[in-house]
Design a protein around this ligand. Structure first.
Ligand code: ADP
Length: 477
């Protein structure tokens, strides 16, 4: 077993990657002055807030095959289990094998009738030893409401909390303690803040500059250290905010420059391109009788190339226009958008014998022209990338709260998993032009339009069976 592979980073990663924890996880990198240790305090104000953190923490432990210990306090085991069963992780299987265990206060904190720090540290030391024999690490989570019931003096408990940090040092062990902010008085919470290097409050994981290492916690020079810490925190926060503002301004400026560059370049390239195409055509029509077969073929290639380049430049211009033009959003009836799109694609549809089906679609808040382009690119791709059968395309859309979720599903050739991330990149294509003609701009334009509307777009595909593009848009106000 590698020493200390179960680190605070891995615990925080559980929160960062969980869809149940919606908050911010402050990165640890760059925080040189802060001591890290595998002991996290959660300050919660209600049950939802509590399990949005506790559940992913436990699920990650189970998934990683670790030993998971839950010390029960205010809620019965059945209520905790009900919360833990809401995820994809098989909590009951972990219970059956003994990987996940629940412990009462009488077996742990109050083993000898009242709280005794030495006793509890022994419980954890034993648990660490036991876990080591069978598991890659030990993950503990405990509620702390019992400290309110005068089972322990505050000093005793805080001294214990700071000793836990030392106990876990160098061990594959991580603990998450939950503190009920509504019930635990502020004078206790202040000490909780000082004894936990990592805190979670208001859906934000903070690395705690107020943390006081155990060896300092009860020392006479502690107030001086506290002042130092508070001042350093203020300075650090102010410097970070100022630096962030500067960086955002720089990025905004450079982003604006890039957008203008793409727009001007694509706009200004059109004229010389038009000249190349027209003179090539002139050459072809006027001098055709004097040219040998090879020369005519060269001209044909050149015309072909300039046509393709014009399509690309037009695509790039359409792409950069979305950034440059401030569109006024309004309520847009997606049924009208799809009707307009279908009449534009009429030739492609009848030439390929494609069927397009759709149910009534919800109205969204957006720019009708851009949305027509979005549906048109997706449906035209669905027809273009069809397999041997005639294309069958289903468009659907439904409201989900403030958003509408749309999908365009086809029965075409599909996309291999490994290429799924690449297809939204501008000019990225998976096929040669003689196989499927195109410029590689369509999907990047779709992505830009959707993100301009504050939505997301993604793809699910099965090679040989078909592809579904899904996207979200804001519902009409
Ligand atoms: P283009 O179609 O001009 O190549 P896009 O940006 O529209 O450019 O698409 C990028 C790539 O994604 C295409 O080259 C194609 O390989 C793949 N693709 C897009 N839509 C589909 C689809 N419905 N089915 C299968 N592959 C698709």
């Amino acid at each position: 077993m590698q020493p200390d592979s179960l680190t605070v980073e891995s615990g925080l990663e559980a929160l960062e990657s969980s869809t149940d924890f919606h908050g911010t996880v402050e990165p640890l990198d760059g925080l040189d002055d802060i001591e890290t240790c595998e002991h996290i305090a959660l300050f919660y104000r209600n049950r939802d807030e509590r399990f949005a953190t506790v559940a992913p923490f436990i699920w990650q432990g189970i998934e990683q095959g670790e030993r998971v210990m839950y010390v029960i306090d205010d809620l019965p085991q059945s209520a905790i289990l009900a919360e833990l069963r809401t995820g994809d992780v098989d909590v009951d299987a972990a219970l059956d094998t003994g990987q996940l265990t629940f412990h009462s206060l009488d077996e742990t904190y109050l083993r000898s009738g009242r709280f005794d720090a030495d006793d509890m540290l022994e419980v954890y030391a034993d648990a660490i030893e036991e876990a080591k024999a069978e598991y890659p690490g030990l993950r503990v989570t405990a509620n702390t409401n019992f400290i309110l019931d005068e089972h322990a003096t505050l000093e005793e408990f805080m001294a214990y909390e700071s000793r836990v940090n030392t106990l876990f040092e160098g061990e594959d062990c991580i603990a998450l303690c939950h503190y009920d902010c509504n019930r635990i008085p502020p004078e206790i919470l202040v000490d909780v803040i000082r004894t936990h290097p990592h805190l979670i409050y208001d859906e934000t994981v903070c690395h705690n500059f107020y943390y006081t290492p155990p060896e300092e916690f009860f020392q006479p020079d502690e107030p001086i250290r506290d002042v130092e810490r508070m001042l350093n925190t203020l300075v650090d926060r102010s410097q970070a905010r100022a630096q962030l503002k500067e960086t955002v301004e720089e990025l905004e400026e450079s982003n604006d420059r890039l957008k203008r560059f793409a727009y001007v370049a694509s706009h200004d390239l059109q004229e010389p391109l038009r000249m190349i195409s027209s003179y090539l055509q002139l050459l072809e029509s006027r001098y055709a009788p004097e040219l040998d077969e090879e020369a005519s073929e060269y001209i044909e290639f050149a015309v072909d190339g300039s046509d393709r380049m014009r399509e690309m430049v037009n695509g790039l211009l359409a792409y950069s226009r979305i950034d440059m033009e401030e569109a006024e959003f309004e309520s847009v009836d997606c049924d009208d958008v799809v009707d307009a799109m279908l009449s534009d694609l009429q030739i492609q549809i009848s030439e390929t014998d494609a069927t397009i089906v759709f149910d009534p679609l919800p109205a969204v808040d957006g720019d009708a022209k851009q949305l027509e382009q979005l549906f048109s690119n997706l449906v035209s791709n669905a027809i273009k990338y069809s397999g041997d059968d005639p294309p069958h395309v289903e468009i659907s859309g439904e409201r989900h709260g403030n958003r509408c979720l749309f999908s365009v599903r086809d029965n075409g050739i599909g996309i291999e998993d490994e290429y799924v991330d690449q297809i939204f990149e501008i000019f990225n294509r998976l096929h040669a032009n003689d196989e499927f003609p195109g410029t590689g701009i369509g999907l990047s334009l779709c992505q830009k339009i959707v993100s301009h509307h504050g939505g997301d777009i993604w793809v699910d595909s099965e090679p040989g069976t078909g592809t579904t593009f899904s996207f979200t848009l804001p519902r009409a106000r």
